[in-house]
Write a protein that binds this ligand. Structure first.
Ligand SMILES: [Zn+2]
Length: 258
């Protein structure tokens, strides 16, 4: 199928193409990832909505977005029609972000929400770039974070920078590869972000090529297994700890503790 903004998140598109968020979902729990694939998975609804609202506020059409998402708006009292207070921190973050001339320049010169496809290890991969500077062939991703504190990384068993723990370096490594396949070697790969803290913080980070090479290797290492699970060739493993696994848990024997 040909992908566009309307069908990008469809069940059909997720079945035909691997994406970074799908890959991260498989990494967390293969059984849940397979369930999500059949059931119109979209990250955690609230954080997904907040991320989309932030993007609309800094680089899109915020009024159109609000019209499409009435759940964002208060329906009662004096605040009727305004964005609900729980989303206020996203608005504050976007205001801080929009104050930065450096950020505004990037936003102004970039195309927004570019859907691209490519192949990694012979497997179809889809991605949606937040910002693409076509002239310079540079990619930028926008994030709205809780904060920029280091986060516990289960794989590394250590506190790591937020962009590692949340898989954003992996995400950009895959985006770089897909852009490379479509338009040649990208020039700059950047992350521009603001936080939802009382006083919002901001960061602009660019990632070195060798660092992205390492992350792409991680993606290549596991994508074949996840693709085989999607095709029913290999069985998904249940993590036993996530919400999906807990809901479907059946005990039929003791687990011996030695
Ligand atoms: Zn699980």
């Amino acid at each position: 199928m040909n992908l566009n903004l309307d069908n990008y998140y469809s069940v059909e598109a997720n079945k035909e193409y691997m994406s970074v968020s799908q890959f991260k979902n498989f990494k967390l729990c293969e059984a849940k990832a397979m369930y999500d694939l059949e059931n119109d998975f979209q990250e955690e609804k609230q954080s997904f909505l907040e991320g989309q609202l932030f993007e609309a506020l800094v680089s899109g059409d915020a009024n159109l977005f609000k019209a499409q998402h009435p759940e964002l708006l208060s329906t009662r009292g004096a605040t009727a029609g305004q964005i609900k207070s729980e989303f206020k921190k996203v608005i504050n973050a976007s205001e801080k972000f929009n104050d930065q001339v450096f950020f505004r320049d990037i936003i102004d010169r970039c195309e927004k929400q570019i859907v691209l496809t490519g192949e990694i290890k012979g497997i179809k991969v889809k991605c949606m770039l937040d910002l693409f500077d076509k002239k310079a062939n540079s990619i930028y991703d926008i994030k709205c974070m809780k904060d920029f504190k280091e986060q516990w990384n289960k794989d590394e068993k250590a506190y790591m920078p937020w962009y590692y723990t949340y898989g954003y370096v992996l995400q950009l490594a895959v985006y770089r590869e897909i852009v490379r396949q479509n338009f040649g070697e990208p020039k700059e790969i950047g992350l521009i972000a603001a936080t939802k803290e009382e006083i919002p913080d901001i960061q602009a980070l660019s990632f070195d090529s060798s660092l992205l090479d390492l992350e792409l290797e991680q993606f290549k290492n596991d994508i074949e297994r996840y693709d085989k699970i999607k095709k029913g060739i290999e069985e998904p493993v249940a993590c036993t700890l996530c919400s999906y696994c807990k809901e479907h848990k059946v005990i039929d024997s003791f687990k011996e503790v030695k």
